[in-house]
Design a protein around this ligand. Structure first.
Ligand code: AMP
Length: 474
């Protein structure tokens, strides 16, 4: 069967309703509808003119597929509607199924619909009066007909619309109107698009680029906390479209490090991204990022070898490589990193400058617990005792900064003060305490504004890092 319909913008639905009653229309049936639209993994419905949605009408759920429009004055297209089990659970399960199959949510159209039925000359006709959230009020005249009936029915619908006083044809689908109004793909309502493969990522980004939006990228390894969320919020403020990547990058972990036990609470991360209004989550597998035979690595010589690089050989080679890959894949306008990882920031800035990567690197301040401990995905490894003692990192940095404020300029003295504080902390094993030139990431000869105080400390198997920049220490 074919769906034949025409939509009209209509400021005064009550006038149309009065005319419908005068024509003896039955109704209205009134209900709220939420149409969750999806795009296909193998083709772009926006290009093909197809549509696929899960429609929720009260407790009732339906899949609706609409084929490409046929050339006609009114819209004529193949429509297939399949009833699904009732209820929220069934709706959620079917949406999950779609996402598992690679379908991506692109937007939700919510409307209050009052529909009237008329006998019609050839087939029954429905007139729907819609109040669409965010878009306004519209009337749709529609009928279901065989291909043979299509031309006659289309003509009859046009005549009926004229009789009802409907003149302002609206050719666009509600979803199109919503996307054009900028409330579409990945708006907080629709939830983030999940892309597990590079192909899916590219497809989702192509949609964003078509709308000429600015893109903000927040690379993470997941296990998201307020530190990550502060980057996401900064990205939201300055960009139209925010991409979060969740990838525990194996090339930045040493052989004896915590790659396999690194936390991966993926569902929780997706929830947090959804609540923060993230538009797209890229969560590739290791094979997707490093397929068999992978060979190319990025090194930022000199900056990558000291401090974190000395304690974790190869770490920054892995970081620079994955970040450049993400830059190339997402091509963001801006990318957000935390000052918490000061050496990482410096290395990424240098890589971007030296390799002419067209991205603006934005550095966000370290987010801390109330007692000063810098938030970290690794904090969850700490038992209650170590968690209490871990505040020593921030205390040591603050005390050294206090010495500096009091006039101390001797880098060695500041370093010794930090080391002494850590060594006096039960269960803490100092990896390094350092006073660092922020430009070269070599030991600074003297304390001065912009110099970085940095610490790496182990509590059992858990290694924590923190830093503070002189001059902006409070
Ligand atoms: P990770 O998931 O640990 O790779 O971190 C992802 C991004 O979040 C990096 O740019 C980190 O510097 C940043 N980040 C991690 N912890 C914090 C924090 N406590 N405050 C601000 N940014 C952070």
């Amino acid at each position: 069967m074919l769906e034949i319909e025409q939509k009209y913008a209509c400021a005064d639905l009550s006038a149309v309703e009065a005319r419908l009653r005068a024509l003896g229309a039955a109704g209205p049936d009134a209900h709220d509808e939420a149409d969750h639209y999806f795009n296909a993994p193998d083709r772009d419905f926006a290009r093909t003119g197809e549509a696929f949605r899960l429609r929720r009408v009260g407790p009732k759920n339906f899949f609706t597929f609409k084929g490409p429009r046929q050339k006609a004055a009114v819209k004529v297209r193949r429509e297939l509607e399949i009833a699904l089990p009732d209820g929220d659970h069934a709706a959620a399960e079917h949406m999950e199924l779609l996402q598992l199959l690679g379908y991506r949510p692109v937007g939700v159209v919510r409307k209050r619909r009052r529909s009237y039925r008329l006998a019609g000359e050839t087939v029954p006709v429905t007139v729907c009066l819609d109040e669409v959230a965010g878009l306004g009020t519209f009337a749709e005249v529609e009928a279901i007909a065989t291909p043979e009936q299509a031309a006659t029915v289309a003509q009859a619908l046009t005549g009926l619309a004229r009789e009802l006083g409907l003149t302002r044809v609206e050719p666009r689908a509600y979803l199109t109107m919503m996307l054009e109004a900028g409330a579409g793909a990945g708006s907080g309502e629709a939830g983030p698009v999940l892309a597990g493969s590079i192909a899916e990522l590219r497809q989702a980004l192509a949609e964003a680029r078509r709308k000429r939006v600015t893109i903000g990228l927040v690379p993470t390894m997941g296990a998201l906390h307020e530190g990550h969320l502060s980057l996401i919020r900064a990205a939201q403020r300055a960009n139209d479209f925010v991409v979060v990547t969740i990838f525990v990058n194996p090339t930045q972990f040493g052989p004896s490090e915590d790659l396999t036990r690194y936390p991966r609470p993926f569902d929780d991360d997706v929830q947090k991204c959804a609540a923060a209004g993230v538009h797209l989550i890229f969560h590739p597998s290791e094979d997707e990022m490093y397929p068999p035979g992978y060979r190319a690595f990025v090194e930022v010589k000199g900056l990558q070898d000291a401090f974190e690089g000395a304690s974790r050989p190869g770490h920054f080679r892995g970081v620079a490589t994955v970040v450049l890959k993400l830059f190339n894949l997402v091509r963001p306008d801006r990318a957000y990193f935390g000052q918490k990882d000061a050496q990482q920031v410096r290395i990424i800035q240098k890589m971007v400058a030296d390799l002419n990567v067209p991205v603006e690197v934005i550095v966000c301040p370290t987010v801390r617990e109330a007692d000063g401990l810098a938030l970290s995905s690794r904090n969850r490894y700490l038992d209650a005792e170590s968690r209490g003692r871990a505040v020593a990192l921030h205390q040591a940095l603050s005390e050294a900064a206090e010495l500096y404020r009091a006039g101390g300029r001797d880098a060695e003295a500041l370093k010794q003060a930090m080391a002494a504080r850590i060594q006096a902390t039960l269960g803490a094993v100092l990896d390094y305490a350092a006073v660092i030139d922020a430009e070269t990431f070599q030991p600074a000869d003297a304390a001065r504004p912009g110099v970085v105080l940095a610490l790496a400390v182990k509590f059992g198997a858990t290694r924590l890092i923190d830093n503070l920049t002189l001059g902006d220490a409070r």
